[in-house]
Design a binder for this molecule. Structure first.
Ligand code: ADP
Ligand code: MG
Length: 256
């Protein structure tokens, strides 16, 4: 045991980009209530790559949906990039989400009747209503180029491999230059090599200053994360930042 008090956990940055205070998400009431996220406190800094791991049903997707503004906490406060998103009315939350968050899902969620370029253009429409047709097209092609897919812009999703579809989804997620990208098991439907290529793309976004919340089952990916958040039963069971265990309980125990 050390005689001196341990150093404080590494501050993510001066001001966190994502800040959850005592956030819960429950469904139903009383003894039959289901808890997705249970009184979670969490900060993620600007440009961090935060991996969220944990067994199935531990609350990873619920946490991701709250941060992305797809869902709302039933209690607690949730600030993303300076906005208290738990307090926004539904229409404002939808607009905020369109302009400020990119979301990537395991099964891509591309519209099957639209080409790669059109899928990405649609996101520009949601994110920036003032963008005209030519701007939408230009931004879409730029985003597709960033994921190495400008040559396949006219393909329908069925004419693309799984890895290519996921890259279109990433282009769609980044086309509005969001401050945060939430990816929920984005490699879950891909083979290992393709999954690693998708991870590399997301890690590159974080290196360029986008905050990335990367939800994964695969412990291989946690090695390269700045922050690893282990979920269990809706709570944070383990939390490592800069390679140091910053789990709240661990810090309290160390301070005794
Ligand atoms: P994970 O992504 O880690 O597998 P989820 O966040 O999907 O976990 O689920 C966490 C818990 O919340 C589970 O017990 C799940 O059953 C519950 N849950 C998720 N969504 C709902 C919902 N819409 N209604 C009721 N319970 C839900
Ligand atoms: Mg999930």
């Amino acid at each position: 045991m050390e005689a001196t008090a341990p150093a404080p956990p590494p501050a993510s940055t001066t001001r966190p980009l994502i800040h959850l205070r005592d956030v819960s998400r429950r469904w139903g009431k009383g003894s039959g209530a289901q808890l997705g996220v249970d009184r979670v406190d969490l900060m993620v800094g600007h440009g961090e790559l935060a991996a969220v791991v944990g067994p199935s049903g531990s609350g990873k997707s619920t946490l991701g949906a709250l941060i992305a503004g797809i869902d709302r906490p039933t209690s607690g406060s949730l600030v993303v990039d300076g906005t208290r998103i738990d307090q926004l009315a539904d229409d404002r939350l939808a607009r905020w989400r369109g302009a400020n968050v990119g979301i990537v899902f395991q099964d891509f969620h591309l519209l099957p009747t639209l080409t790669a370029a059109e899928n990405v253009e649609l996101a520009v429409e949601f994110g920036d209503r003032r963008a005209g047709r030519r701007q939408r097209r230009a931004r879409s092609l730029d985003a597709l180029a960033r994921v190495g897919l400008d040559g396949k812009r006219k393909r329908l999703p069925t004419q693309l491999s799984g890895g290519e579809q996921q890259r279109v989804a990433i282009a769609r997620a980044i086309v509005n230059a969001p401050r945060v990208v939430v990816a929920d098991e984005p490699t879950g439907s891909l083979d290992q090599a393709t999954g690693h290529a998708v991870f590399d793309l997301l890690a590159g976004l974080a290196a360029d200053g986008t905050t990335v919340v990367f939800i994964t089952h695969d412990p291989h990916f946690t090695e390269r994360a700045d922050r690893v958040i282990e979920m269990l039963d809706g709570r944070i069971a383990g939390h490592t930042a800069a390679g140091i265990d910053v789990t709240v309980d661990a810090v309290l125990v160390g301070a005794r």
